[in-house]
Design a protein around this ligand. Structure first.
Ligand SMILES: [Zn+2]
Length: 259
């Protein structure tokens, strides 16, 4: 009989204990979820803010950025050089080329590079045809990147306008697009340093000379190069460019550092 009383008590105590554990677990789970959401919102705002104010930095930092890839001939060479130099860069990819060569983007992502959005078509007549077309170009590119790297609902939150925001062409359309980007939680960035690899056919030594000239009096460098060879081939001079920047005291970062 005594055993029965004890076991009744035990059942009640155990029951209360379970209820208590359940309440604590639910509360912790709920709190954790809220914390996760608010953290990611805070870090996204921080990211956008940091990107928009990047070129005001006081430390010598170089952000290598490669536009218009992936390109089956050039991008793997760029990745090989970055790997041997242990540098993480940023690739502003064109969505339609991501769909053609997802394996290259996957490699870049897995090697720690930041994959950012440079529109799907790189065709201004499509990109600025309407707000809907602009949004579609961003989303289709994100989707292509997500498919390539195996991340569902991928968004880089970072866009570069084809030809740059600063280029005079389509100025008012680009102004309007910045509002759309803001609504999509997207930062956008041009560059402040370049070797002019897309302007005319330069020799490797001239590309390096252009870069040396372009970095003068700057601490934060956002360097524009192309992982294509439409005009000049930056991949041929990448190692020398990196060595030079290192010799000048620059530390290399990509846009993950803005989080
Ligand atoms: Zn471009």
């Amino acid at each position: 009989m005594k055993v029965l009383v004890l076991s009744k008590r035990s059942i009640i105590i155990l029951g209360l204990l379970f209820i208590l554990i359940f309440i604590i677990a639910f509360h912790r789970f709920y709190f954790f979820k809220c914390k996760q959401v608010s953290n990611s919102t805070i870090s996204l705002n921080t990211f956008i803010n940091n990107v928009q104010n990047l070129t005001n930095g006081k430390e010598k930092v170089a952000y290598l950025t490669f536009d218009d890839g992936p390109n089956i001939q050039i991008t793997p060479k760029v990745l090989d050089t970055l790997k041997s130099e242990n540098i993480k860069a940023t690739f502003f990819v064109i969505g339609k080329y991501v769909d053609e060569h997802p394996e290259i983007v996957k490699r870049a992502y897995e090697e720690g590079h930041f994959i950012a959005n440079h529109s799907y078509s790189h065709d201004n007549s499509i990109l600025y045809r309407s707000s809907k077309d602009f949004i579609n170009e961003i989303k289709k590119t994100d989707q292509a990147i997500g498919n390539a790297i195996g991340v569902e609902d991928y968004s880089s939150h970072l866009f570069r306008f084809p030809n740059g925001f600063m280029a005079p062409l389509y100025k008012s359309e680009k102004e309007k697009a910045t509002l759309i980007l803001s609504q999509m939680d997207y930062a956008y960035i041009d560059w402040n340093t370049l070797n002019n690899d897309s302007m005319q056919k330069y020799s490797s030594s001239q590309l390096l000379a252009n870069l040396k000239e372009s970095i003068k009096n700057k601490n934060t460098l956002v360097i524009l190069m192309h992982d294509t060879k439409d005009v000049s081939n930056s991949s041929l001079v990448l190692k020398d460019s990196i060595e030079y920047l290192k010799s000048q005291g620059y530390e290399f970062k990509n846009f993950y550092s803005c989080y």
